[in-house]
Design a protein around this ligand. Structure first.
Ligand SMILES: O=P(O)(O)O[C@H]1[C@H](O)[C@@H](O)[C@H](O)[C@H](O)[C@@H]1OP(=O)(O)O
Length: 925
């Protein structure tokens, strides 16, 4: 008989075997009655009177759970319990759960094999597919004690849904004890006291202390089907732990991938390709340039076209990955997967405890957003961008230095122009349409819209940047004399005290150029406003005349009115409004065309300067930033959607969402040594760039509920669609499309052996400055939260939480400069949870260190919020690390059940970050 291990198949990362019943109906199996989206079957195990093979040997037992699918002969290893030491009557805390998607039927057989573990260090070291064997083999470090099996249907139909089975030796003869299988339901409290079970020998209280937080209420179940459209391949684990008053609490751990891992990068790359194609086109349309600039432009275009081709190739490759929802840690350096986040998962803990109502705790786990393919030899984005800007600022006289703020502004104005021009044209046409219908109301409305958009348009060009760019372009035209390069330095935005003084040879104002008519731009620009005024005047007149005409018994005779531009034609009754307005609209469009033409060219010239300097380095930096941002954005969108769905019926949360925005807290575990410095530098910029993202919630009109992104590099809007029923329950502001903002913060504390080196011989300043800067951001968010949330909410909130104290404590810990001060992470995470934020935990791959951290966080929450019995803290931690979702995460990444830590690394970790014996070792990552 072949024994397979669940989730270890070569093909993949899909944990669930394919359903057994085939389409032709050859097999007919009885489905288990289930609540939608809830696990189909969950049970716990306990053994009694186990017989040791050698007398007087203290047993250390575990149960391995295997499944025999009805249509298959093979045995699939499904899960294991933890090891319970030193007793013949072990009661296991790790239970068994079959998620709703799992192909389990009443006919499915479950086999329970009990082992005596002799050497824990071998325990988890198992091969994926074991050789054919009639009975379970004695593996290294453990010996077979006995087994029992049962049909799922028998368990479900049994009295009180409990089976007590005899455990037999491999020949089926001798009974070596019994095993009890009890079905459990998450919402029901288990009978009986929990005080008779073996306590944790080392039971120590974790040094991390926190105050009680109000647990988030569990989401309404009707949101789950929708959430399941973005979450895939869930892995579920079940535990029961004693509380301090010897009652049982139940914990379900769930880990799911998200199709957003691939969907968001694809959306983003498509947008970036569009943005770059548009820019390339604008560069081509820049008109005639002097030979010097023309050569530069040619060079820039060659590189930019190559870049677009590369993005297109990546998109083509990603599009082939239909249905993918997971990029493993071992693929992190793959070029075609660069934009995809590493090992992105929702890690959820659902707690049902006797004292409190059910609570959910979510953390998104993901590899630090970083450009692994480009590598970290020269550092990461934080350093590279700084270096690039410094060099560019001090460049030779041929170039004009435009600060990142100015180039961003140039892009923004260009984008505004591109949006507003067609919009104004449409409103102008609508106005003409109203005119031809001779409808005063509709004419007034159309005029209102046209005026609003035109005012925005005129406003867009107020910036000094356009003026200086126009002159710069003038000097770059054939015949334009480039004696002194113009500088945007007299722009109000440029006078920021943060900007370093310009180099001495620079000129501080727009130079006077004898042939250049500086006022021409003002005239062209002012024409737009003037022609709009003419239209307004004309519409007023037409309506007024129409009104007075009606009052005049329809004779249409007009009284003597003052004359202004455009009214000369209004001399006849029954005049044709369309004809009166048409020439004025044409003038407006012409004036606008002229402004657009000039402004577009000048601002594109600003972009040319940015690109022309230091090609292709500049484009590689853009690529790096895009890659890192894409990974960060995929995680953020995933976190936002999950948060929205779990808090959809919480009015306080919804109010916070549209009045303040959401805090998004990242816990980084990277070291500030060697390559991980570069990763942290990438990550810091990627996370900070998320400020450029806003969300908008719309009503889904079809089954396609995947988020849609619009915008460009400086500002993206992510549209999240909700089905009508959920959408209806939202506050008006959100339904009206108000943009919802996020406030990302990152706190990093390196914990591994590399960090020990950094602390002893290297430099930890990067981590210190990141933590300090982000503390300021967190404080700012808190201030806005306190100001903007309603007073009655705040007074209740303050009664429940001492946020001020926590912030002070965090600040002190950041200032303290203590080594591996993991208190920083606990405090930041607690503050985030109290502020209703979105939590992230990241290390290089989100596999090993992340697993240690999220399990520690889960157990600390159980201890502090749900009265986990203090003697069971370590045991709960070990259960989760040994047989919980995170060891499955390791398996799906590297096809081996071992955290990739060696002894040396382990010793360097803070105490509670060390996994239990037998779960770590040399692994091929
Ligand atoms: O998930 P990580 O903690 O980033 O995995 C590390 C692990 O911590 C370390 O001990 C090991 O040597 C590897 O570097 C792991 O990184 P991989 O990215 O190779 O999985």
């Amino acid at each position: 008989m072949e024994i397979k291990e669940e989730g270890a198949s070569e093909e993949g990362q899909n944990f669930l075997p394919t359903p057994q019943a085939n389409d032709t109906g050859e097999f007919q199996f009885t489905s288990i009655q289930k609540t939608p989206n809830e696990p189909q079957l969950e049970f716990i195990l306990a053994c009694k009177d186990l017989v040791a093979p050698v007398r007087d040997r203290k047993l250390n037992t575990l149960v391995q759970i295997s499944v025999i699918h009805p249509a298959e002969q093979g045995l699939t290893r499904y899960s294991s319990t933890e090891i319970v030491e030193g007793t013949r009557d072990p009661l296991f805390l790790t239970g068994v759960t079959f998620p709703s998607e799992y192909p389990i039927y009443e006919e499915t057989k479950i086999k329970l094999t009990v082992y005596d573990v002799k050497d824990k260090s071998y325990d988890t070291v198992r091969t994926s597919v074991l050789p054919e064997h009639k009975d379970p083999p004695s593996e290294v470090g453990r010996s077979f004690l006995g087994y029992a099996s049962f049909k799922v249907g028998d368990l479900l139909k049994s009295k009180e849904q409990v089976l007590t089975l005899s455990l037999r030796t491999s020949d089926g003869g001798k009974v070596v004890g019994t095993i009890q299988v009890s079905v459990v339901k998450m919402g029901e409290i288990e009978d009986g006291e929990a005080d008779h079970i073996t306590t944790d020998v080392q039971g120590q209280k974790c040094a991390l202390v926190c105050e009680c937080t109000a647990p988030e209420t569990v989401s309404r179940k009707d949101n789950l089907p929708f959430l399941n459209t973005v979450l895939k391949n869930p892995v579920c684990k079940l535990y029961r732990f004693p509380t301090s008053d010897n009652k049982w609490m139940r914990i379900r751990e769930q880990m799911s991938e998200s199709i957003l891992s691939f969907h968001i990068p694809k959306e983003l790359i498509s947008l970036q390709i569009k943005e770059d194609l548009c820019r390339n086109q604008e560069l081509k349309e820049l008109g005639e340039l002097s030979p010097h600039w023309d050569n530069l432009r040619k060079n820039v275009l060659t590189h930019c076209d190559q870049m677009v081709n590369m993005y297109q190739d990546i998109l083509t490759e990603l599009s082939k990955e239909t249905g993918s929802s997971f990029k493993s840690s071992s693929s992190k350096g793959e070029k075609t997967l660069e934009f995809v986040p590493i090992n992105l998962h929702l890690q959820r803990m659902h707690v049902h405890s006797p004292h409190l109502k059910d609570a959910l705790y979510d953390v998104i786990t993901v590899g630090a957003p970083a450009a692994h393919f480009q590598g970290f030899k020269n550092g990461g984005l934080r350093k590279l961008l700084h270096r690039f800007e410094t060099e560019r600022r001090n460049t030779g006289y041929q170039f004009i230095y435009y600060s990142p703020e100015n180039t961003a502004k140039a892009k923004e104005v260009l984008s505004n122009i591109n949006q507003l021009q067609p919009l104004i044209a449409t409103h102008a046409d609508l106005l003409l349409n109203s005119a031809s219908q001779h409808s005063p109301d509709s004419l007034k409305n159309s005029l209102k819209m046209l005026s609003e958009k035109t005012e925005l348009f005129v406003h867009a060009f107020k910036d000094q940047l356009v003026r200086s760019a126009l002159l710069a372009l003038y000097t770059a035209r054939p015949g334009g004399v480039l004696k002194k390069p113009p500088s945007p330095k007299n722009s109000t935005e440029e006078s920021s005290s943060q900007d370093p003084p310009p180099p001495m040879r620079r000129q501080d104002s727009i130079p006077h150029h004898s042939d250049y008519d500086e006022e021409e731009w003002d005239r062209v620009w002012a024409h737009v406003g003037k022609s709009l005024n003419c239209i307004i005047a004309m519409v007023d007149k037409l309506i007024e005349r129409d009104g007075s005409g009606e009052g005049d018994d329809g004779s249409g005779k007009d009284g003597e009115k003052g004359h202004s531009l455009g009214d000369s034609a209004i001399t006849h009754p029954q005049e044709d409004w369309y004809e009166q307005l048409y020439p004025l609209i044409l003038t407006l469009k012409d004036c606008m065309g002229e402004v657009v033409n000039r402004a577009k060219q000048s601002l594109t010239f600003v972009l040319l300067q940015e690109l022309a300097y230091s090609l292709p380095q500049c484009l590689m930096l853009t690529l790096r930033r895009d890659v890192v941002f894409s990974q960060a954005l995929a995680g953020l969108v995933c976190g936002f959607i999950i948060k929205l769905h779990t808090s959809l019926y919480d009015p306080g949360f919804l109010e916070q969402l549209h009045t303040v925005g959401l805090i998004v807290q990242y816990e980084g575990l990277l070291s500030t040594y060697s390559e991980e410095i570069g990763m942290l530098e990438d990550m810091a910029v990627g996370i900070s760039d998320l400020k450029k993202v806003a969300f908008k919630i719309t009503e889904a009109t079809s089954n396609d509920v995947l988020p849609v992104i619009t915008g460009r590099r400086e500002h993206y809007v992510v549209e999240v669609k909700l089905p009508g029923r959920m959408f209806e329950s939202l506050p008006l502001q959100i339904k009206e499309g108000q943009l919802l903002h996020v406030y990302p913060v990152l706190f990093n504390v390196g914990i591994n052996e590399q960090q020990t080196l950094a602390e002893r011989f290297g430099d930890v300043s990067l981590q210190e400055s990141i933590n300090q800067e982000n503390f300021e951001l967190l404080k700012e968010y808190y201030t806005v939260f306190m100001e903007k949330m309603p007073p009655d909410y705040i007074s209740h909130f303050q009664e429940q939480n001492d946020l001020k104290g926590l912030l002070e404590n965090l600040h002190q810990n950041i200032q303290a400069k203590k080594r591996k001060n993991v208190e920083i992470m606990w405090l930041a995470a607690t503050i985030c949870r109290k502020l209703n934020g979105i939590r992230f935990t990241c290390c290089k791959s989100a596999k090993d260190r992340t697993s240690m951290s999220v399990t520690l966080e889960q157990c600390s929450i159980l201890r502090d919020e749900h009265q986990l019995h203090k003697d069971f803290f370590i045991r709960a931690l070990d259960c989760m690390r040994r047989e919980g979702c995170r060891i499955e995460n390791v398996l799906k990444n590297i096809k081996c059940r071992k955290y990739a830590f060696n002894m040396l690394q382990l010793m360097a970790f803070p105490k509670y970050y060390r996994p239990p014996e037998g779960t770590y070792g040399k692994a091929d990552t």
